[in-house]
Each structure stands twice: as C-alpha cells, then as structure tokens.
Design a protein around this ligand. Structure first.
Ligand SMILES: Nc1ncnc2c1ncn2[C@@H]1O[C@H](COP(=O)(O)OP(=O)(O)OP(=O)(O)O)[C@@H](O)[C@H]1O
Length: 216
C-alpha cells in the first residue's frame, strides 16, 4: 500500500516539482502515472523508495511512515520495492546473470539460494537461456526484461517503473506492459510512469494524471 498525503517537493533552486498531492494505491493495484514532460512523474516515483525526500506532507509505504525511517532502515524499505528505469542501467561488464543477482549479493544471500532466485526471475521474463550473455548483445526489449528480472529478484511487494517503454517500439512496449500485468496478477503493486497515452488507454488501469506538479 502506498499513501501520499499533501506531498510537495521543491528541489534546491526553488523548482516546485510536486505541489501537495494526495492519493492512495492499494496492495495489488496497477496504476499509471501520466502527464506531460516536467509534470512531476519521476519525482513522484522517486519519493517512494526515498531516492528523494518530500519537502512537505506524509508518505506511507506498507504501513511505514517514511518520515520516521532512519538512514539505517532505508535498505529494508528498498528491498520491498523493485525499480525499473527507461535506460535499464545494466552493468555492461557483467553477465545477465550477474546483473540480476546484484541485489541479492548486496543483501548477502547465500550463493545457492541467489542462483535459484536469479533463475526463477529470468524464467519469468523469458530469458533463462541468456544468463551467460553480455547485456550489450541483447536487444533493447531483452535488456529491459533483464532490468525487470533484477527488479523482481528480491520479490518486492511494489514495483515502480519510470518510462519503462520509452525506448521501445509499440510491439515491445505492449509486451513489457503485459509482463507487468503478469506480476500484478500475482499480487504485486505497480506504479508505472508513461508517456504512451494510446498504450495506457488500451490497458485500462487506473490513472494518476499530473499537470504541473498537481493531480488533475
Ligand atoms: N534534481 C532536480 N533538481 C532540480 N529540479 C529538478 C530535479 N529533478 C526534477 N526537477 C524539476 O522538477 C520538475 C518535475 O520533473 P520530473 O522529472 O519529476 O517530471 P516528469 O513528469 O518525470 O518529466 P519527464 O516526463 O520529462 O521525465 C521539472 O521542472 C524538473 O525540471
């Protein structure tokens, strides 16, 4: 569950990215965040794993008020939230397997268990046969699927995706969104920022529409 109450974000320099927004996303919901460039979509998503702190207002994630989280507890919060970016941010000098394993290595998982989970994640995104590949040898859609496998490998209850199909053609974009729907069907909460109005309309999930830092 994600609840924003009166959340505002002003960046240093005085840029008001969010101007007091309130909404709730229940556990197991899939919600799109839409709006023009600069409307505050990325900022909204970045507040959930505390990549940014709000200037004002409260944010509750899975019953935890983020304002009360000490720096030491932030890694625990982040383990419950998978993050997917437009540019997927894979490490170019590591194999697909190693990229997906990274969150588990950081969390100190034992090798056998990590291997089991990485393979399960790669299987879910249909890339089990590419575990030894270099990311650079994969297509854009496959690289994005590796990014998704890395985001789900810790079995987060929430997935947030910032323009996950921004670099993909329409067919691949649809494929990625369908993959998100599969995770949603097993109970994962999803918040996805997207510019692709046609695709968002077609999929028909709830929409939070931002305009100039406010919910429309
Ligand atoms: N780190 C930052 N420092 C200062 N201003 C920022 C920062 N990040 C974003 N902004 C500003 O905050 C506003 C909202 O930006 P944000 O990236 O959240 O919008 P967006 O809707 O995701 O846009 P896009 O669709 O282009 O990615 C913009 O005016 C942007 O310039």
């Amino acid at each position: 569950m994600i609840r924003f109450h009166g959340v505002a974000k002003r960046y240093p320099g005085g840029n008001d990215a969010l101007r007091g927004i309130s909404f709730e996303v229940t556990q197991g919901e899939m919600v799109f965040v839409t709006g023009p460039s600069g409307a505050g979509k990325s900022t909204l998503l970045r507040l959930i794993p505390l990549l940014e702190r709000p200037t004002r207002g409260s944010i509750i994630v899975n019953d935890v008020n983020l304002a009360t989280l000490t720096r030491r507890r932030i890694p625990y919060l982040r383990r419950s939230i998978g993050m997917i970016f437009q540019d997927h941010r894979l490490l170019p000098d590591r194999s697909v397997f190693d990229n997906v394993a990274l969150p588990l290595v950081i969390a100190g998982f034992e090798h056998k268990e990590a291997q089991r989970r990485v393979r399960a994640a790669l299987d879910k995104v249909g890339l089990l046969d590419r575990e030894r590949s270099d990311p650079a040898t994969l297509s854009g859609g496959e690289q994005q699927r590796v990014g998704i496998a890395r985001a789900v490998v810790s079995r987060p209850s929430i997935l947030i995706a910032d323009e996950p199909t921004g670099n993909l053609d329409p067919a691949l974009s649809e494929e990625i969104m369908r993959l998100f729907e599969q995770f949603n069907r097993i109970g994962v909460t999803l918040m996805i920022a997207s510019h692709d109005h046609a695709l968002v309309e077609r999929l028909g999930h709830r929409r939070l529409h931002l305009a100039d830092g406010a919910l429309a």
